[in-house]
Write a protein that binds this ligand. Structure first.
Ligand code: MG
Ligand code: MG
Length: 259
C-alpha cells in the first residue's frame, strides 16, 4: 500500500534528503587518490550526527556503516574499508539519514581524478536516465512510465540496466511501496498519486546487466567486473512536475570549485 504524505511530512523528508545531499558534498571534498573509503564513512557519520540526525544505513538490516561505498565494478552496497582510492576509479556513494521520524536516501557516483572516456559517458548517461525518469514522475502516470524512460535512455546510450535492485517509496521507513524498477513498460504498474514520495535510482552497467554478490554478504558487483554507476534522488509526486527533495547541486558546486 502506498503511504501518501502530508505537506508537513514531505518537509521533514526534504530536510533529511538535503542533509544527505550536503553529507555527500562533504565527503566529495575528500575524494582523491590515497583516501580510504573508511575515512569517507567516518566523516559522513560525524557530519550527520553534528546535524542532529542518525545515519540511516548504520545497522539497517545489519549493514555495518553509514555509507555504501561501491568502487568501479561494485554496483551498490559496498562496505567502507581500508581500500585507498586511486586515479581513474569511480566511487558510487549512497547515504541515508534518519531525523524527526523520517528517512533521507540519495546517491552519487564520483570520479577520482581523470577517468576513461567510456566511463565518463556511463556516468553522464546514468545521471541523464535518472532525470528522464523524474520527468515522468507526475501524478496520473504509472511507475512503468518512469521505468521505461530510465531504461530507454540507458540502453539507448549503449549501457545495461541492473534489474535485481530497484527504487522505492521513502518515508518513515527507508523502503516503502511501491518498488520503482529501472526497466519496464509504459502505462504499467501502480499509479502515481500526489503525496507519494519515491526514490528513483538507476544502477547502470558498462557491460552485462548481470550481477553477483561478494562473500561479505553485501557488495553487489557486475558479473563481468566492468564499471557500474548509480545516482539516486528522492522526490514527491505532485500534479505537474515532481518536487525533488534531494539535490546534486551541493556536490556539483563543490566539484566545480576544485576544477
Ligand atoms: Mg540509496
Ligand atoms: Mg534507495
Amino acid at each position: 500500500m502506498q503511504k501518501l504524505k502530508s505537506a508537513e511530512e514531505i518537509e521533514m523528508i526534504r530536510e533529511n534528503n538535503l542533509l544527505v545531499s550536503s553529507t555527500l558534498a562533504e565527503v566529495g571534498k575528500m575524494i582523491q587518490p590515497g583516501v580510504t573509503t573508511a575515512a569517507l564513512d567516518k566523516r559522513a557519520e560525524e557530519y550527520i550526527r553534528d546535524h542532529g540526525a542518525e545515519p540511516g544505513f548504520l545497522g539497517y538490516g545489519g549493514f555495518p556503516n553509514s555509507l555504501c561505498t561501491s568502487v568501479n565494478d561494485a554496483v551498490v552496497h559496498g562496505i567502507p574499508s581500508d581500500y585507498e582510492l586511486k586515479e581513474g576509479d569511480i566511487i558510487s556513494i549512497d547515504c541515508g539519514t534518519y531525523k524527526n521520524g523520517f528517512y533521507g536516501d540519495t546517491a552519487y557516483t564520483f570520479s577520482v581524478g581523470a577517468i576513461d572516456k567510456e566511463v565518463e559517458k556511463l556516468l553522464r548517461a546514468t545521471k541523464e536516465a535518472l532525470f528522464k525518469g523524474i520527468e515522468k514522475a507526475v501524478a496520473g502516470n504509472r511507475v512503468g512510465d518512469i521505468s521505461f524512460a530510465v531504461q530507454s535512455h540507458a540502453e539507448g546510450a549503449g549501457f545495461s540496466v541492473v534489474r535485481e535492485m530497484v527504487g522505492h517509496g521513502l518515508g518513515s521507513s527507508m523502503h516503502e511501496s511501491p518498488e520503482v524498477p529501472n526497466y519496464g513498460k509504459r502505462g504499467r504498474g501502480p499509479k502515481l498519486k500526489p503525496g507519494l514520495v519515491i526514490c528513483v535510482e538507476p544502477m547502470i552497467n558498462l557491460g552485462t546487466r548481470n550481477i553477483k554478490q561478494d562473500p561479505d554478504g553485501w557488495t553487489i558487483r557486475t558479473m563481468d567486473n566492468k564499471p557500474s554507476a548509480h545516482y539516486e534522488l528522492a522526490l514527491a509526486i505532485r500534479n505537474g512536475e515532481a518536487d525533488i527533495l534531494s539535490t546534486f547541486e551541493y556536490i556539483e558546486n563543490q566539484l566545480s570549485t576544485e576544477n
